[in-house]
Design a protein around this ligand. Structure first.
Ligand SMILES: [Zn+2]
Length: 439
């Protein structure tokens, strides 16, 4: 592969936010388009004829009628939990006790962590996900394993060591001081090295003492361009528990605010059961929400208010996330589908352009990566997914009757899975090659 490359196919670029200006004004679609990649960056996107003339010495890969779009971005996932996906019969707090903590204990072993990190990332690429914001475990070695695997694949990935100093098994607890020291050492070792981004990661308020939350806030102040990720208001019992543990705080989000864990670059997973004050405070602090729809239905957590939080006059930043393995799939089609279904249950229809935007540019915004990844546009890093729009006989049949781009994309969201991923590129390099037709 040369470092000058042209991919031919249908192209999809967001020129604006479809929640703000509507789908038609927010998207540029070329049915006979091309993407010109040079030195890992997108140099130009446009009509194939024009691009091929300008990039005449580049090698060309012709993807026919496939859709070429920015790689999907998953702004909340747990790589250590992938092997326990689809575990039966528990809601959040029991789930942690019964499945999560035993699974995460195994990550004290570095070889185990390395194998799991490699498997997780390969599954992401198989699903066209090129960037994620990932929780490791409490073990610093689990973060080393993840960034080693991400670096080997050339991926732009966020990850952090889980901070947990109470209400967890002994083997999974750090202390306020060791959690701070280990996180700081990991930031020094990995943050900004290659494409790696460190995320300061208190699991959620119930598993961190006030001292640990304070230390996490202090660390974020020292390294303000790292991310901060945690969980917020996923489950009613969890919300009640936080109120008991932090009786002085106005509410759950108020706990995070108090300890300096709110602001741009803070990503709050779930955010389902919010008060009016919390909604306003999340927006006003510039914090972002990771909406994790397959997790929310699978765990019976509740129905996220997409319309009230995002499709409104004063929107909150929202990205779309798998939350593997509370979430049930690393497919962004499944994730967008579940987001659509949850919105439907609240009487709101999530337009396919909006769902797609959340799964790429929206999640990039949550991770403060706007302008770098999450869109197919000149100057962006060349993280790209190529989607076969007729990946199964049923989808092919449905496509024959598709009467618009949106109809076609909506049918993909509802019907497609990893078989639709024809290729995934990271920084212009082919990192996954899917089925080439005939299946
Ligand atoms: Zn989670």
């Amino acid at each position: 592969m040369t470092d000058r490359l042209v991919l031919k196919g249908q192209t999809l670029t967001f020129t604006d936010d479809p929640f703000r200006v509507g789908p038609e004004a927010a998207v540029a679609h070329q049915s006979d388009g091309a993407v010109w990649i040079e030195d890992g960056l997108i140099r130009a996107v446009g009509p194939a004829e024009e691009i091929l003339e300008r990039a005449h010495t580049a090698s060309v890969v012709d993807y026919g009628d496939c859709l070429i779009a920015a790689g999907f971005i998953d702004c909340h996932a747990h790589y250590p939990q992938l092997s326990m996906v689809a575990s039966y019969g528990a809601q959040l707090l029991d789930w942690l006790e019964k499945y999560t903590f035993p699974t995460e204990s195994a990550f004290a072993d570095a070889d185990h962590a390395r194998a799991a990190a490699g498997f997780f990332l390969d599954q992401c690429l198989r699903n066209g996900i090129t960037t994620s914001s990932v929780y490791a475990t409490v073990h610093p070695g689990s973060v080393d394993a993840f960034f080693e695997a991400a670096s080997a694949r050339g991926l732009r990935m966020g990850c952090g060591k889980v901070l947990m100093d109470r209400n967890a098994p002994d083997a999974l607890r750090d202390t306020a001081q060791t959690g701070y020291d280990q996180s700081k050492a990991l930031i020094e070792r990995w943050h900004g090295i290659g494409r790696n981004i460190y995320a300061i990661t208190p699991r959620f308020a119930p598993t961190s003492s006030p001292a640990q939350l304070e230390a996490a806030g202090a660390l974020w102040k020292e390294y303000p361009d790292t991310l901060m990720q945690t969980h917020l208001s996923e489950n009613p019992k969890e919300v009640a528990w936080v109120a008991e543990l932090f009786p002085e705080a106005p509410d759950y989000f108020g706990v995070c605010e108090e300890f300096g864990l709110a602001g741009p670059g803070a990503i709050f997973g779930h955010a389902i059961h919010l008060t009016a004050r919390e909604r306003a405070a999340i927006r006003d602090t510039g914090s972002a929400i990771a909406h994790c729809p397959t997790s929310n239905t699978f765990m019976g957590s509740g129905l996220f208010d997409m319309e009230g939080l995002r499709d409104c006059a004063r929107p909150v930043a929202v990205g779309l996330a798998t939350d593997v393995a509370g979430g049930t799939s690393l497919s962004m089609f499944a994730t967008m589908r579940a987001a659509y279904e949850i919105a439907q249950l609240r009487g709101y229809s999530l337009h396919p352009a909006k769902a797609w935007y959340l799964a790429s540019a929206g999640s990039a915004g949550a991770m403060r990566l706007d302008g770098r990844v999450g869109n197919l546009a000149a100057g962006m890093e060349a993280d790209i997914v190529v989607i076969d729009l007729a990946s199964t006989p049923l989808i092919a049949r449905r496509m024959a009757g598709a009467d618009s781009l949106w109809d076609a994309l909506f049918a993909q969201i509802i019907l497609a899975d990893d078989r639709a991923i024809r290729a995934t590129y990271a920084a212009g390099r082919l990192v996954f090659q899917g089925n080439t037709k005939d299946q």
